[in-house]
Design a protein around this ligand. Structure first.
Ligand code: SAM
Length: 425
């Protein structure tokens, strides 16, 4: 696995949070962020001079409350860019959760492959038919899905939840000649009447009056129709906001092995029960949560929330009887149209089940740090290190990422790729 993914439970880093796919607003970027970008833009000319100016400004503001806030919530800049150690906060239980796989296996691709992929994908993304995919995928997840599909080279791609068809288009860019099966209640062609949408010529749509939920499809006949004899050659993409435990069991039962979940929501967020929520357990260092109002976690969460729109504080995290798992002790499903309170025991059993079927668990990192993307939604302390790290404006620019509207970076929710198989006896 990527070194950065291996260390997914490291202490805080920087970037965005979780989401609902809607608002594309953003807050002001931090002073330190601006300094970082500015320095990157000028190619580190006059570094000594700028460092001196910075230190001078820092000394002026060192006692101000604001500066203390920036310091404590932006440890990444201090340790990695300004090379000043010792200013990191201990994010402890706010570290990045992840699911353990059965044998500790991981993906083949490396961070270098991801960077190369970005270089290739940006010009493709610029040709997308749906420019403003509000309520659908933004850049990070589009890249992740394209990269995974292109790497795996499946013989058939199945998507559940197409909306206007942006994700269908992404899959098509990855595999120009392979068939797609798309399950979505409203046919994407319906959206064409009102504006941009994408309808694929080599896609079998189970949509409109032909809609069938993933769990009710006769997969035997679909596989036969597409000449698929090995279900290991099929990639499933879920962006349908259904309980991921339910989807996981359905995919397993149907004999599929490769799955991408678009919205792998963090604990306390989102409209459906996610893998991340299931694996956020106390017995893994960095997991588990405290609902105690005077705890370190409560203090840190209040602070993080000031900077990241989708960060949750203790009040939002914890439901009745201090239930922090899932979302306030609930297992949510179907865009939160259905939700069920579950006991900690049940939640814990779910996590054990998940880990018993996982061969690989890999969360897509954010494409770039928040000082570059200007995203202000997800809390980077709860995400793995970005592919293009803060301060690397040169690389960000070289990859063409600076050409994109900043709003396209505002939808990251820890998209995850899984390989699954039946539990070992
Ligand atoms: C967030 S949107 C998908 C966005 C899309 N993947 C994109 O990239 O633009 C969620 C979609 O799931 C669809 N949906 C709702 N229930 C569903 C179900 N049971 N199975 C499949 N899709 C469902 C919704 O109608 C909606 O089109």
């Amino acid at each position: 696995m990527l070194e950065r993914v291996l260390s997914a439970r490291r202490a805080a880093q920087f970037s965005e949070g979780d989401e609902d796919d809607e608002s594309k607003t953003r807050k002001n970027i931090f002073f330190a962020t601006r300094v970082t970008n500015q320095m990157s833009r000028i190619g580190y000319l006059w570094p000594c001079l700028l460092l001196c100016i910075f230190l001078l400004i820092a000394s002026i503001f060192i006692h101000s409350r604001n500066f203390v806030c920036v310091s404590s919530s932006a440890p990444y800049y201090h340790t990695n860019f300004f090379a000043i150690d010792g200013l990191d906060s201990d994010f402890g239980s706010l570290g990045v959760p992840w699911c353990r796989s059965k044998q500790g296996r991981t993906v083949e691709w490396t961070s270098k492959d991801l960077v190369k992929g970005l270089e290739e994908f940006v010009p493709i993304y610029e040709t997308r038919p749906i420019i403003n995919n509000l309520y659908g995928m933004g850049f990070d997840h589009s890249f992740g899905l394209w990269f995974i599909a292109r790497w795996l080279k499946p013989d058939l791609m199945i998507e559940s939840g197409a909306f206007k068809g942006h994700s269908t288009w992404v899959l098509r860019q990855a595999m120009p000649d392979k068939p797609i099966v798309s399950l979505t209640p409203r046919h994407p062609e319906k959206y064409l009447k009102k504006g941009p949408a994408y309808v694929d010529g080599n896609c079998t749509y189970f949509a409109g009056k032909d809609f069938v939920d993933f769990g009710s499809v006769n997969w035997g006949s679909v596989m036969k129709k597409h000449g698929i004899t090995d279900r290991n050659r099929v990639l499933i993409f879920f962006d349908d906001h259904q309980n991921e435990l339910k989807r996981l069991k359905q995919a397993l039962k149907a004999g599929f092995h490769h799955i991408v979940f678009e919205d792998n929501y963090d604990t306390g967020t989102g409209d459906h029960y996610s893998l991340r929520q299931m694996c956020d357990q106390f017995y893994i260092r960095g997991g588990g949560h405290s609902c105690f109002r005077d705890s370190d976690e409560a203090r840190i969460r209040i602070k993080r929330k000031k900077f990241w729109e989708k960060a949750v504080d203790i009040q939002e995290l914890c439901g009745p009887s201090e239930a922090w798992w899932g979302v306030r002790g609930q297992m949510r499903d179907d865009f939160n149209h259905s939700n069920k309170a579950i006991s900690y025991k049940e939640h814990f059993q779910n996590s054990r089940f998940v880990e018993s079927v996982l061969d690989v668990y890999w969360e897509l990192p954010p494409v770039a740090g928040p000082s570059l993307t200007h995203q202000t939604r997800y809390d980077p302390a709860r995400a793995s290190s970005p592919i293009v790290e803060d301060g690397r404006f040169g690389l960000f620019q070289r990859l063409g990422l600076s050409r994109l509207e900043t709003s396209v970076f505002n939808g990251y929710t820890q998209m995850v790729y899984l390989q699954i198989s039946e539990p070992e006896s």
